[in-house]
Design a protein around this ligand. Structure first.
Ligand code: KG4
Ligand code: ZN
Length: 357
């Protein structure tokens, strides 16, 4: 089967075509991503109104490009999938409405994909990872530890009480006068810094649950920066190194707790899977490797271009759902908020999911 996937929940306008073969293997036929980073850079973050307008302007062309790259016409599609949330509602409406129009005109099934579900299932597109696995999803908008038990069967083990990890990286970058998006900049500075010069907190350390909290760390960093201002280049590098090390320690501790919860309920996971832009951070990746080794499993970290937002992961989630007969009516509504554990699979599909590993 071939599915068109559309992604417009944040600041990437993206479309892709993905093919799923009978044996459940996935193949990306095209994957076109237009980043709006330049439009938002001056504001130090994503401006929802600018994002929605940019999606309207670009989406038709991006879809046409994805079809052309794959050398396919709409008639060749088995379904049209779009991220229907969670995300910035203006953008979500643009993507979902466009998908509905194509589905209606070409008489194809529509699949309203939860954006987080798409991140959760990416490891099956890249590595055919069997269920159940433990997912660490860390992006600009989300920080979650999830048990992925089947298509439409997700249990949230931990989440953040305040900022997402990527958001904390972005705010740190902004505070220190580095550019947007902040993650890669902070990582670059950290490589030149001394992580031991500042003592920063490790929020939630030692708690039994797998929840995160980043705002205290962010505040502690701001106070240190204010204390030693004006900042030299070395000060900035040292602050970045201390911040990144604190995040690494927090991730290690919180994921250890999450993996313990996972094992108590479902036994050993088939893998520890990383997703979201933050998984591109080398120090965090190294920690995840260590953790996977520690519990006798493997780390699956999709390549960075599939960790960040794109249409292929939406198309693949569409394939997985279509294979189980899970499609949506044209009236399906976009959702700004849509927790992953509310993505319920129909009961029949749930049973079929169990057999479909
Ligand atoms: O998944 P993503 O592309 O978009 C969503 O937020 O959905 O993630 C972007 C986030 C940004 O906050 C960015 O600063 C962060 O991921 N990020 C990083 C790195 N690369 C991107 N954070 C830390 N280190 C990085 N190398
Ligand atoms: Zn995302």
């Amino acid at each position: 089967m071939i599915v068109l996937g559309i992604e417009t929940t944040c600041d990437e306008t993206a479309a892709a075509l993905v093919e799923r073969s009978e044996d459940g293997r996935g193949k990306i036929l095209s994957n076109v991503v237009l980043s709006q980073v330049n439009e938002h850079a001056a504001f130090g973050g994503v401006v929802p109104e600018i994002a929605a307008r940019a999606h309207v302007e670009a989406l038709d062309l991006i879809i046409a490009r994805a079809m052309k790259d794959a050398r396919l016409s709409f008639d060749a599609l088995d379904a049209v999938a779009a991220a229907a949330g969670p995300g910035l509602i203006g953008g979500v409406i643009v993507g979902l409405t466009t998908a509905k129009a194509i589905a209606l005109v070409k008489d194809k099934p529509l699949i309203a994909v939860n954006h987080l579900e798409a991140h959760a299932l990416t490891a099956r597109l890249t590595d055919a990872t069997p269920f159940p696995y433990c997912l660490f999803l860390a992006s600009g908008g989300h920080t979650q530890v999830l048990a992925v038990r089947g298509v439409g069967d997700y249990v949230r083990l931990g989440t953040t009480h305040d900022d997402a990890i990527g958001e904390a990286f972005d705010k740190t970058a902004k505070l220190l006068g580095l550019g947007y998006p902040g993650g890669p900049q902070v990582e670059r500075e950290a490589a030149m810094g001394d992580a031991t010069r500042f003592v920063l907190p490790r929020p939630m350390h030692g708690r039994k649950d797998a929840d995160f909290s980043l705002s205290g760390l962010k505040t502690a960093l701001r106070l240190e920066a204010e204390r030693i201002a004006p900042l030299s280049d070395q000060d900035v590098a040292d602050l970045c190194a201390a911040f990144q090390q604190a995040v690494v320690d927090v991730v290690l501790d919180r994921l250890r707790a999450g993996l313990r919860m996972f094992r108590e309920r479902w036994g050993a996971p088939t893998a520890l899977v990383a997703a979201g832009g933050v998984a591109a951070n080398q120090a965090i990746r190294k920690t995840l490797h260590r953790l996977a080794f520690e519990i006798g499993t493997v780390l699956i970290a999709p390549p960075p271009e599939l960790c960040t937002d794109n249409g292929a992961i939406i198309a693949w989630a569409g394939c997985e759902r279509l294979a189980l007969g899970m499609t949506d009516p044209l009236e399906v509504a976009p959702r700004a908020r849509w927790p992953l554990d509310e993505v319920a699979a129909a009961e029949g599909a749930r049973q079929r999911t169990a057999a479909y590993k």
